[in-house]
Design a binder for this molecule. Structure first.
Ligand code: ATP
Ligand code: MG
Length: 275
């Protein structure tokens, strides 16, 4: 117990340095961010810079404020304290180049529209000229491996396919940032791994910045450049953990690397404190 606490204190002290050493240009910057719902303090003193093109994962026990933090980044809700800046400006409303992928793909898609039409919706919202839409839709469907399913309705697609479609619809926004809230949480292990690789490929091709909430510690390590470990009551950053694993990552070899296993142990030790 003492050793674990000691380790925790050491890691906690490391946090500010970890924030500064990524060497990327900050795209999103949170300084002293806190949020309360009435008298309930949900988030406290969140300080982190997210670099352009960085893949940041967030883990922490249920109710610690992961989704709330994501909503603050999106501009959907405002922090009660501190500042959130995006591209150096205060984030006071949702930005059109920040896209969100939800866990609940069934509710995120329009059931009366086909796959193509669901993507078209995002292009219509972005005022993409009609003449360009067809090619863009075909390209986006191809990117997420759904070219053969363009005319299917969501109810005719598997969970993995529906989540791919939601991702394609987000990409139609041409986002600079993708915020994902447990996007693969409802999928089986194999589909999940495939989608992890697909999202990594998409992010690296387009230099998108990714902020990804997950309960799955191995998923967090597999995807991330950095993992934010949130502790609860109130939600605050306990650790900012660098993931120095080489890219591209590989579902077999990356997960066998000693560094991967060490990080896995570290994150398990962290969450076990709150069980
Ligand atoms: N709109 C709201 N009004 C009041 N309280 C809220 C609201 N949204 C969230 N909360 C509270 O804020 C806390 C953090 O919620 P949040 O959904 O961010 O947690 P989480 O880490 O995403 O949990 P989970 O892992 O279960 O998804 C919880 O105590 C929740 O009850
Ligand atoms: Mg949540």
């Amino acid at each position: 117990m003492t050793a674990t606490l000691h380790q925790f204190e050491r890691n906690f002290e490391d946090a500010p340095r970890a924030a500064a050493k990524t060497g990327r240009k900050p795209l999103i910057s949170l300084k002293g961010v806190g949020l309360s719902f009435g008298s309930h303090e949900v988030l406290q003193d969140i300080n982190v810079d997210i670099g352009e093109g960085e893949f940041v994962c967030v883990i922490g026990p249920s109710g610690c404020g992961k989704t709330t933090l994501l909503r603050i980044l999106s501009g959907l809700i405002q922090a009660s304290r501190g500042t959130v800046s995006y591209r150096g400006k205060a984030q006071t409303e949702p930005a059109s180049d920040i896209a969100i992928v939800f866990q609940d793909y069934a509710n995120a898609l329009l059931p009366w529209r086909t796959a193509s039409q669901n993507i078209s919706l995002a292009l219509e919202a972005a005022a993409t000229p009609r003449a360009e839409r067809k090619d863009r839709i075909a390209h986006l469907l191809e990117k997420v491996g759904l070219s053969k399913h363009a005319d299917k309705y969501p109810s005719e697609m598997s969970g993995g396919m529906q989540q791919r479609l939601q991702i394609a619809r987000c990409l139609a926004q041409n986002p600079s940032v993708i915020l994902m809230d447990e996007p693969f949480g409802a999928l089986d292990a194999m589909t999940r791994q495939k989608l992890q690789d697909e999202i990594l490929a998409i992010v690296s091709e387009s230099n998108v910045t990714a902020f990804f909430v997950t309960h799955d510690l191995e998923e967090a390590i597999y995807l991330a450049d950095r993992v934010i470990a949130l502790e609860p009551n109130p939600g605050r950053i306990a650790e900012l953990i660098d993931v120095p694993l080489a890219r591209p990552r590989n579902q077999l070899t990356t997960r066998e690397e000693p560094e991967f296993l060490a990080l896995r142990r570290k994150l398990f030790d962290f969450v076990l404190r709150y069980e």
